[in-house]
Design a protein around this ligand. Sequence first.
Ligand SMILES: Nc1ncnc2c1ncn2[C@@H]1O[C@H](COP(=O)(O)OP(=O)(O)OP(=O)(O)O)[C@@H](O)[C@H]1O
Ligand SMILES: [Mg+2]
Length: 314
Amino acid sequence: MALLETVDLTVRYGGLAANDRVTMSVSPGQLVGLIGPNGAGKTTFIDAITGFTGVSSGTITFDGEEIKDLSADQRAQRGLTRTFQSLELFEDLTVRDNLLVAAERPKWYSFLVDLVRPSRSRSAWAGQVDRALDALELQPYADRLPSDLSHGQRKLIGVARALAAAPKLLLLDEPAAGLDTAESQKLGVHLRQFLDGGTSIFLIDHDMGLVLNVCDYIYVLDFGKVIAEGTPAEIRRDPAVIGAYLGETAGEAQAKEGTTLAAVLHHDEGAELAVNPDAALPIDADADPPDGAPSAVLAGADQRELTEERATDV
Ligand SMILES: Nc1ncnc2c1ncn2[C@@H]1O[C@H](COP(=O)(O)OP(=O)(O)OP(=O)(O)O)[C@@H](O)[C@H]1O
Ligand SMILES: [Mg+2]
C-alpha cells in the first residue's frame, strides 16, 4: 500500500489550476522526486498535501487515511513534515534548539506565528535531535547560532529540523537551492541514508544531477499537470520532459531522435543511474561537461530563466 497517494488532486487559485488532476504516490521506503519548470505547481502540491492550501477536488490518502479535511497540525502529527522553499530558521536559537523545538512539537511550523522556546528539561527528545544532527553531520555546529553558518549549512539545518520531528514522510522543497555541487552531492547521500532510518522522502529540486541520481521514481509537472513519470532512466529519455525543460514541444523533441535528457545533462546515454542504496553516489557530478554542454546544476538555473517569463504570464 502506498504511504501517500493523491488521485486527481486539483488546487485552483482563481482561474488558475496550479495543480490539475495530479495523481502521484510514494511507497514506504521510497525517495520520490518532483521536478518541473518555475510556476509548474510543485510547491502548491506540497502545500496541498501538508494542509497549507485548500484542495478544490481529488483525494489525498496518507498511511491509509483520507487527510484532505484534516488541519495542517493534524497532518503533521500523523507524520507528514515539510521544509519551506524560503528558509525559516529561528535565528536567536542555537542549531540544537532549532531542532529541539521541531522534535518536541511536530507542528513546529506554529513557530512561524508563536514565539516559543524549547524546554531544555525535556530530554525525551534529545535522542531524536542527536540522530538528526548526526545524520546531516551538523554536530560540530550544534551550539552555534544559524547566523554564524554558511548558506549551505543553514539549508542542512532546515532539513535536519524537519528530520528531527521523526516524520514518516519528509517533503523537501528545494533543499539543494544555493548549495554548491559538493554540498548537493553530500545531501544526496544523506537523503538515501534517511530511507534506511525509516523516513520516506518526497523531493522537489531544480538540481537535476541530484534528482536523477538519488530518486527511485520521478514525476514531472508542467502547468499544473503531470506530463511524465518514471524511473530516472525513463525520465531522462522522455521527450515531453525535454520539451518542458528546453522550451520545445514534445513533437519537436521527439523529432530529434537520439536526443535524451541525459545528453542535455551531459550524462552518457547508456550510463547506469546511481539510485540504489548500494550504488556509488553520485555518478558523474564532478565530470567536466563537454564543450558547450550545461552542467546538471546549471541546467536548472538556465531553465529558471527560460520559464520565469512564462510563470509570470500565467
Ligand atoms: N497563494 C497563491 N495564490 C495565487 N496563486 C498562487 C499561489 N501560490 C502559487 N500560485 C501560482 O500557482 C502557480 C504554481 O506555483 P508554485 O509556487 O506551486 O510553483 P513551483 O513549481 O513551486 O515554482 P518554483 O519552481 O518557482 O518554486 C504559479 O502560477 C503561482 O503564481
Ligand atoms: Mg516552488
